[in-house]
Design a protein around this ligand. Sequence first.
Ligand code: RRO
Length: 317
Amino acid sequence: MTASARSLEFCGVALRGPVLNGSGTFDAIAARRAFGDVLLERFPFDAFVSKTITLEPRQGNPPPRLWETPAGLINSIGLPNKGLEGFLASDLPELVELPVPLVVSVMGFSRDELAALVERVGERDEVAMIELNFSCPNVETGLVMGADPAETARALERVRPLTSKPLIVKLTPNADDPPAVAAAAEGAGADAVSLINTLKGMALDPDTRRPWLGGVTGGVSGPAVRAVALEQVHAVSTRVAIPAIGMGGIASGRHAADFLAAGATCVAVGTESFRDPAAGRRVAEELEELRRRAGTRPTRLEATASPSGGQAAAFSP
Ligand code: RRO
């Protein structure tokens, strides 16, 4: 398979393929230290999305921060990061060495903070796109912007004039109406959406029956959320014209094909990378193999008339 067999354009950015990482699920700087330059030669993703940064440095939530469920993971990481200046000074120079376009994920606790982040990150030529994380489940005010269409639109309206770089809005599944939030983002100038972030959840210590996680609640990811994510990707892609990056429990090429069939333009691998750091590449190769085998069969969700006159879905492959 040649790289060009899978290449595509996403918001005007050339990608060698459709498989990204979910923000915060692959530490490329630590991986480079562990694996050396081999990581660059066989980088698992077609674009790299940074861990979300905030304006000020953060320690994150108290431990424990992770709980494994039978089919997934609950995290309560709480956005630890070096802050904008620390990121620009020490992480960005390392991330620009990756052989793929860089997406920087940012989160503001207010529209002013978000504006400062977008303005400074947007000035950097090394950054191809900016992801606006309106959906972290583990900080007190993290859900506010992304759970409400009007708040989402207000935030977009504030930052849209500050950069010409593509803006991707990361949607929360913990909202009444994710497609309405996506439509509000689109209406206010977002170039793309990504979904889903984690679903709110919790776990109890089996001995004490008290919350296991230091942050009390956390975000559920992995295979447990895949069906929910697929439905939301379908609903959002049906509602908006801007492209979507679909994610939520993707661990194989078949899963990736499902998300593309449901309407996503790209997919992201998240929790599976903790189990297998090369999962992104494997998913891409399995996806390519499926596409080869499918030949000319359609790959998008096909809408066909149902006997009731409504829409029935036919997925392929
Ligand atoms: O750092 C986190 O706790 C975190 C973030 Br920013 C996010 O967007 N989603 C998540 O599950 N955890």
